[in-house]
Write a protein that binds this ligand. Structure first.
Ligand code: AKG
Length: 330
C-alpha cells in the first residue's frame, strides 16, 4: 500500500496515460555539442529553436566522459542502497537544501514526493557542507569532484553557444556569472505499488541558468510540460545528458528562452535515478533582462534583482510550477 502522505488527488495526480496520447510521438530535440564546437551554423539554429520552442533538449558529444558518468551513477546508487540509518547520517534539515531526505517539505499536511534525494552544494567552495558528503562509498567525494569539473566545463560551453544563438558575444553570459554556483541533486525514485497515485517530483521550473541532468535508462520518468498542455516523456538516449533552461536564463533573455515546468513520475516496476546539476550566477550578481535582448518598444518583463536573494526565495518556496519566477516579474 501507499502511505496517505504520498497520495495525490484531482489535478495533482500524474497522468501516466500521457504516453498514449497524441504527444506520445514527440521527442525533445537532440543537440550535438561536437557540431557546435566545430562551428556548425545549422546546429546553432537547432540550439536556438530548442531553447525557444522547448526549453529542454538532450545533448550528445557533450565532452563528459562516459566513464565519469558511469562512476557517478554507480557511486550515487551505492549511496541510495545503504541502510536508512547510514543515509540519515547526512540529514537534510526540515526546509533545508543540502543533505539526504525529502526536499521542499514545509508543512505536515503537504503531500510528499515519492523520492529520496541527496542535495549538495559544490561550487564555489564556501557553499560546501563537507559533513554532508557521504563517506560511503569511499570514492563518493572524489567521484563527485571529477564529475562536477566535467559538467561545469559543459555548462560553460553550453552558455557560450547559447549566447551565440542569441546573437551575443560567446563570453557574454559566462562573463557576467562571476564565481558561478554549482549544486547537485541526486534523486532516487523507488518502484511504487500504485504509481498512478503519486508523483516522483512535483512540477517545477529550475532557478538555475541551465540544468544538466543525467538519468538512468530504465524508465522515462522525467516529463516536460508543453505549451498548449500535455506532458511529454523524456526518453533516455544512451550516453546523452538532458539540458534545460532555468528561470535565470528566462530573465536574462527577457522571456525569449523560457524555463519549463517538468516533473518526475514513479514506475510500478523500476526504480530510477537522476543526477541533476544546477548552474547559476554567483550570489552577488545583479540580474535582469540584458539590454541587448530587449528590443526597442518591447516591455521589460523582469526587474533587476540580486541573484542571492532570488536563490533564497527559490529554496524557501515549495515546488509549485513556475511560481518562484513571480519574484522577478515587474
Ligand atoms: C530536479 O531534481 O529538479 C528534477 O527535476 C529531477 C527530475 C528527474 O528526476 O528526472
Amino acid at each position: 500500500t501507499v502511505p496517505e502522505r504520498y497520495i495525490r488527488d484531482g489535478d495533482d495526480r500524474p497522468d501516466h496515460a500521457v504516453v498514449d496520447d497524441e504527444r506520445a510521438q514527440e521527442r525533445i530535440p537532440v543537440i550535438d555539442v561536437g557540431e557546435l564546437q566545430r562551428g556548425s551554423e545549422d546546429e546553432l539554429d537547432n540550439l536556438r529553436l530548442a531553447c525557444e520552442q522547448w526549453g529542454f533538449f538532450q545533448v550528445v558529444n557533450h565532452g563528459v566522459e562516459e566513464e565519469t558518468m558511469e562512476e557517478m551513477e554507480k557511486a550515487a546508487r551505492e549511496f541510495f542502497m545503504l541502510p536508512l540509518e547510514e543515509k540519515e547520517k547526512y540529514p537534510m534539515e526540515p526546509g533545508g537544501i543540502q543533505g539526504y531526505g525529502h526536499a521542499f517539505v514545509f508543512s505536515d499536511d503537504q503531500k510528499l514526493d515519492w523520492c529520496n534525494m541527496l542535495a549538495l552544494g559544490v561550487e564555489p567552495a564556501f557553499i560546501r557542507r563537507p559533513n554532508l558528503w557521504p563517506t560511503t562509498p569511499a570514492n563518493f567525494s572524489e567521484t563527485l569532484e571529477k564529475y562536477s569539473v566535467e559538467i561545469r566545463e559543459l555548462c560553460v560551453r553550453l552558455l557560450e553557444h547559447i549566447a551565440a544563438a542569441l546573437g551575443l558575444a560567446p563570453a557574454r553570459l559566462n562573463g557576467m556569472f562571476g564565481e558561478a554556483v554549482q549544486a547537485v541533486r541526486m534523486n532516487f525514485y523507488p518502484p511504487c505499488p500504485r504509481p498512478e497515485l503519486v508523483l516522483g517530483l512535483s512540477p517545477h521550473s529550475d532557478g538555475s541558468a541551465v540544468t544538466v541532468l543525467q538519468q538512468d535508462a530504465a524508465f522515462a520518468g522525467l516529463q516536460v510540460l508543453r505549451g498548449g498542455g500535455g506532458w511529454v516523456a523524456v526518453h533516455p538516449v544512451p550516453g546523452a545528458l538532458v539540458v534545460n533552461v532555468g528561470d535565470t536564463l528566462e530573465v536574462l533573455t527577457n522571456g525569449r528562452y523560457k524555463s519549463v515546468e517538468h516533473r518526475a513520475v514513479a514506475s510500478g516496476e523500476h526504480d530510477r535515478m537522476s543526477v541533476v546539476t544546477f548552474y547559476a550566477p554567483a550570489y552577488d550578481v545583479e540580474l535582469g533582462p540584458l539590454p541587448e535582448l530587449v528590443a526597442d518598444g518591447e516591455p521589460r518583463r523582469y526587474r533587476t534583482y540580486n541573484h542571492g536573494e532570488y536563490s533564497r526565495h527559490y529554496v524557501t518556496s515549495r515546488l509549485q510550477g513556475k511560481k518562484t519566477l513571480e519574484f522577478a516579474k515587474i
